[in-house]
Design a protein around this ligand. Structure first.
Ligand code: ATP
Ligand code: MG
Length: 439
């Protein structure tokens, strides 16, 4: 046998539930359920779908995210295109690419845009539970809107998604918010921050010492536990905000209060990218260890201009799909069954034509039906077929026996309700009873 190959470390296959696996990862049925919920919920808010390439020019992320950020400094998969020397990067996040697309296509020409996308992101991090080198995000962006109303809309959309999936806000996921103010306010805060950290220079880790001059706000985003006490006492950005920034923040809070959504103002919440201003937020959980943020976002009013577009405000969020689904899996929340409605048992020797005609008619009527398919020696015994039918989770078996076919009929057998009830049904008029098979 030839040597086996493995996936790249930190990059995972998303498998059907029936395939055993070594790493604890959500199965593909959970993904599909999530994607359906996302389409439903975002459609209710009028968001449109958009896709951008997975590979972008490296400069996009360096300029967009900020040179002194974890992502740009140490997490990007960057390479040189050997054909033409272009410097390229596998996207570590979605916002920069979306803004690039919006600017490139002058997409705000006819007014603001509400869009979403979903797909893989790449970051060279240490793989662990809830942290991978290829992971997936749902990304939602509202571009061209300046008001606090759309900030609140972002947060409420996430809440609607939690509810759709059976997660309870306040219990399974909690909301934290903060305001990063405007660049001039951050400048005043930055000076206070540098002063404070300089006084405690001996307590700073190597990363933070480096960032003290280049990007001191990033020190607040440090994941180093040894740094947390020092960070806790640091000057708070919120104390440096002017009237307009505070009014914006208050308006977001008032909307959340009005709809009864509880939140905590976390003055340490700064997010990992430089492009944010005003409102930032994270949805966090206690159930995933240190990978507790399932969704994070905020306003980025400067990014469109920074990437060459006509200045326009914007706000958005990214949701980590693996983390969210791990959470749902751990909480054992109920999800709709993915099982087929029926499993077709085809005894050895059955002529296939009438079976396939009937099954195609059932599927055309919307019934989910799996045909038992044989190996090289035929379909296998009735016993083994019924075992497969049972294992499939189907509520019914359809038995295409020789007797049945001779009478132009099929036997419908209940598999799940304990009744074992059987009934003959006419093959000539499948549409008349197809409805009864559907859940
Ligand atoms: P963290 O602080 O956990 O590193 P982050 O602030 O770097 O997260 P964002 O850039 O805000 O993350 O991305 C949005 C979401 O994507 C995160 O809240 C998280 O749910 C998910 N995410 C980020 N990095 C990873 C990763 N390496 N593996 C899996 N999910 C991730
Ligand atoms: Mg990170």
């Amino acid at each position: 046998m030839a040597d086996k190959l493995s996936a790249v470390k930190g990059m995972n296959d998303i498998l059907p539930a029936s395939v055993p696996r070594t790493e604890k990862l959500p199965d593909s049925a959970l993904w599909q359920w999530f994607e359906t919920a996302v389409r439903d919920v975002l459609g209710r808010y009028g968001y449109q779908y958009l896709l951008t390439p997975i590979v972008e020019p490296t400069a996009l992320f360096v300029r967009g995210l900020g040179e002194v950020t974890d992502i740009v400094e140490k997490e990007m998969y960057s390479f040189t295109d050997s054909m033409n020397g272009d410097k390229l990067t596998l996207r570590p996040e979605a916002t920069a690419g979306i803004v690039r697309a919006v600017v490139e296509h002058n997409a705000l020409y006819n007014g603001p845009l509400r869009i979403w996308t979903v797909g893989p992101m790449f970051r060279h991090e240490r793989p662990q539970k809830g942290r991978y080198r290829q992971f997936h995000q749902l990304d939602v962006e509202a571009l061209g809107f300046a008001g606090p109303d759309v900030d609140a809309e972002m947060i409420l959309m996430a809440r609607a998604l939690w509810r759709e999936l059976g997660l309870v806000e306040g219990q399974h996921v909690r909301l934290e918010i903060n305001s990063l103010g405007q660049p001039d306010e951050r400048k005043a805060h930055r000076e206070a921050l540098v002063g404070y950290f300089e006084q405690h220079a001996q307590a700073l880790d190597a990363d933070s010492q480096r960032r003290l001059q280049s990007n001191p706000l990033r020190i607040l985003d440090s994941k180093n536990p040894a740094m947390q006490a020092l960070i806790e006492q640091a000057p708070k950005l919120i104390d440096f905000l002017g009237e307009a920034s505070l009014a914006h923040f208050d308006a977001v809070r008032a909307t959340l209060d009005a709809v009864g959504l509880a939140y905590r103002v976390n003055p340490r919440l700064v997010r990992g990218m430089d492009y944010y201003n005003l409102t930032v937020f994270e949805w966090v959980t206690d159930q995933l260890g240190s990978q507790g943020t399932v969704c994070g976002g905020g306003r980025y009013d400067g990014l469109i201009a920074q990437l060459g577009g006509k200045p326009a405000p914007a706000v958005g969020f990214g949701l980590g799909i693996e983390r969210l689904l791990l959470l749902i899996q751990e909480l054992q929340l109920p999800m709709p069954s993915q099982a087929p409605d029926a499993y077709a048992v085809v005894p050895p020797g059955t002529p296939l034509a009438p079976v396939v005609v009937a099954l195609e008619a059932l599927r055309a009527a919307g019934v989910r039906v799996v045909q038992h398919a044989g190996g090289p020696d035929g379909p296998g015994s009735m016993k083994s077929q019924f075992k497969k039918a049972d294992g499939s989770g189907a509520r019914h078996a359809l038995v295409f026996g020789a007797d049945e076919l001779a009478a132009g009929e099929v036997t419908l057998k209940a598999l799940r309700d304990g009744s074992g009830e059987q009934q003959r049904l006419p093959l000539a008029d499948v549409a008349a009873w197809a409805d009864r098979l559907r859940a």
